[in-house]
Design a protein around this ligand. Structure first.
Ligand code: SAM
Length: 222
């Protein structure tokens, strides 16, 4: 979607990462294209830019993380994103996942509980030309103002599926949410089949920072 980038020393590293993602089973061509367009080095701390294309999570401000590229690709692929879909992200963090969704043509609302992270992400996304609505608040209750959504992605680990999020899905919509302990979770895709019918599929083990909020963990969880 955004075609203004010039060549940088990071291009070769980015393409190597895309090859790794393919080897690990990412086959959605639009996910791969979006991630090959987006300069992840701009979403990490300047001192960590040399590590931007290692397949690992990295620290950002407020003791949070930018997710591992494989995790971003895997969750996005599992949501079957199509252009024009309404997508809600919980946990803006660095803004990188929101950029991937916007690059794929989704209409993205992203909620972050730390105002500083939300502001930094909004500035970066705007500067890159991505029209993402960044909101500050407790994403465990979703954002009724934009509901219903085709897809909801929760990028922090929850103790259970937050019910308000399941209820803000369209019929046929998909929710990706890591559920488990504060340190280790399984990624679930919850599909809303009918007004009162949801089905959860377990896609395996991941590790996210905790989802803090009324439908998540308490602030001091360990
Ligand atoms: N998606 C992010 C990215 O691309 O950089 C990674 C997010 S990081 C793994 C998880 C984020 O969720 C953190 O920034 C954290 O502050 C945020 N978070 C945790 N609980 C939240 C809540 N209830 N509402 C909104 N954001 C929350």
């Amino acid at each position: 979607m955004i075609k203004h980038r010039t060549h940088t020393p990071f291009d070769a590293k980015r393409q190597a990462l895309i090859s790794q993602l393919k080897q690990r089973g990412i086959i959605d061509q639009e996910v791969l294209r979006a991630m090959s367009e987006i300069p992840r080095e701009k979403f990490v701390q300047p001192s960590l830019q040399s590590q931007a294309y290692e397949d690992s999570a990295l620290p950002i401000d407020e003791r949070q993380t930018i997710s591992q590229p494989f995790t971003v690709a895997f969750m996005t692929q599992a949501l079957h994103i199509q252009p024009g879909m309404k997508v809600l992200e919980i946990g803006t963090g660095s803004g990188y996942q929101a950029a991937v969704l916007a690059e794929m043509g989704a209409d993205v609302v992203s909620i972050e509980r730390h105002p500083k992270l939300s502001m930094q992400a909004r500035e970066k996304l705007n500067a890159m030309g991505y029209q993402v609505t960044c909101r500050v608040g407790d994403g465990t209750i979703g954002y009724q103002g934009g509901a219903p959504y085709d897809a909801i992605i929760v990028t922090a680990g929850a103790p259970d599926v937050p019910e308000p999020l399941a209820r803000q899905l369209k019929i046929g919509g998909r929710l990706a949410v890591p559920v488990g302990s504060a340190k280790r979770q399984n990624l679930f895709i919850v599909t809303r089949h009918a007004e009162e019918q949801w089905q959860a599929t377990d896609l395996g083990s991941f590790a996210f920072v905790p989802l803090i909020g009324v439908e998540g963990w308490e602030e001091d969880v360990r």
